[in-house]
Design a protein around this ligand. Structure first.
Ligand SMILES: Cc1ncc(COP(=O)(O)O)c(C=O)c1O
Length: 365
């Protein structure tokens, strides 16, 4: 049947879907530094847990993912009724728009940020307020967020794609005066020095989302979670697809979460590689934001000393033709001259550095 918009919801007719970074076919040998995946495998306990769980696949999974809620409430020092588990943190972000946005309740986001926020607002038929950053270092103007008129506001912290961290005082200023619900998307917080979890005790209009895709190396398994007041969590829970996290994912995620030593050692390796790479980029005078995430956002300078969108695209293509994938965000002036590069293992980073040096070195006459 051909697409006939006559039968489609008004929200879907004008909808523009989310465009993920390139996911090459498995057999293609690339160094994949474009979607902030973890370069290390998940904890070895994950495989054992998933294999053992195969025995039980004829049965539906535990609807609230109870064991995971318990592990996460213990980890963060919260009560179990303050935790909700999702099929990736995208599932929780989606639930937030389902519950707190509609044609009369608008959504706000800082522009540029994770572009999924505008996609899920549009699916919900909600108007979107795009609030600019206060400067080109991605500083937040709390008053601009407070005055946005949105009912639901998404803040990415650490910010993507810059990696910038925001301290609790800045976030407190927003949450305490915002007349609506603030979602702080902490997808990358495990690589950062600070987070907003301490604010959950103070404010009941706050939801924090986290993911196991990055720091626990489980992007392919799809597990994320939300933290908030029991009141907000129970609303999200009522809208949640009842079996949203399958048995293999619940078992694997629990095994990953409870292997703290492995988690700490892989996060430490990634942050160490990140800092090594950042000092090199600074030596080259490539402007690079301090990052609390598993990626760096850098302004490439070519062999003629030039920067700008064309230079960034040139490097992006140069690396892609040498099978290194990175991410370029052409749609906004704060991002179009930069590349975002995920942190790989030390071998990936060594190859990346070799290619960057080739690219930036002037050709011999
Ligand atoms: C800022 C941000 N939030 C959320 C997500 C989604 O994570 P998940 O894999 O848990 O759906 C991503 C993924 O890249 C992200 O960059």
């Amino acid at each position: 049947m051909s697409r006939n918009a006559k039968y489609f919801s008004r929200n879907i007719v004008s909808h523009k879907p989310y465009l993920p970074g390139i996911q090459p076919a498995d057999e293609e040998e690339v160094i994949k530094l474009n979607t902030n995946e973890n370069p290390y495998p998940p904890s070895p306990h994950v495989k054992d847990a998933v294999l053992a769980e195969l025995e039980s696949l004829r049965l539906y999974p535990n609807p609230p993912s109870g064991q995971l809620r318990k592990a996460l409430s213990d980890l963060h020092g919260l009560n179990q009724d303050q935790v909700i588990i999702g099929n990736g943190s995208d599932d929780i972000l989606n639930l937030c728009t389902r519950c707190f946005a509609d044609a009369s309740l608008s959504v706000g986001m800082l522009e540029p940020s994770y572009s999924l926020y505008e996609v899920i607002a549009s699916l919900q038929g909600a108007a979107l307020h795009r609030i600019p950053f206060a400067d080109d270092s991605f500083s937040i103007d709390p008053q601009a967020v407070i005055d946005s008129g949105a009912n639901l506001f998404f803040i990415t912290s650490p910010h993507a794609p810059s990696g910038r961290e925001y301290d609790q005082n800045c976030l407190r200023r927003v949450v305490e005066s915002f007349d609506g619900i603030v979602v702080i998307d902490e997808a990358y917080a495990d690589f950062a020095t600070q987070n907003a979890i301490g604010l959950l005790d103070e404010f009941h209009n706050l939801i924090i989302t986290r993911t196991l895709s990055k720091s626990y190396s489980l992007a392919g398994m799809r597990v994320g979670y939300g933290l908030g007041s029991p009141e907000l969590v129970s609303v999200l829970d009522e809208a949640r697809e009842v079996y949203n996290v399958d048995r293999l994912a619940q078992a694997g995620a629990w095994a990953a979460l409870t292997d703290r030593a492995y988690f700490k050692s892989t996060c430490a390796k990634i942050t160490e590689e990140r800092e090594k790479m950042r000092s090199l980029l600074r030596e080259w005078s490539w402007k690079t934001c301090p990052s609390g995430a598993n990626f760096l956002f850098t302004l490439p300078v070519d062999s003629h000393g030039r920067t700008g969108q064309e230079v960034a695209v040139n490097l992006y293509e140069y690396l892609a033709s040498r099978k290194i994938l990175t991410r370029h965000f052409p749609r906004h002036e704060l991002t179009s001259s930069y590349l975002r590069i995920s942190i790989g293992n030390s071998r990936d980073m060594d190859i990346l550095i070799e290619r960057l040096i080739e690219w930036k070195t002037p050709e011999q006459p």
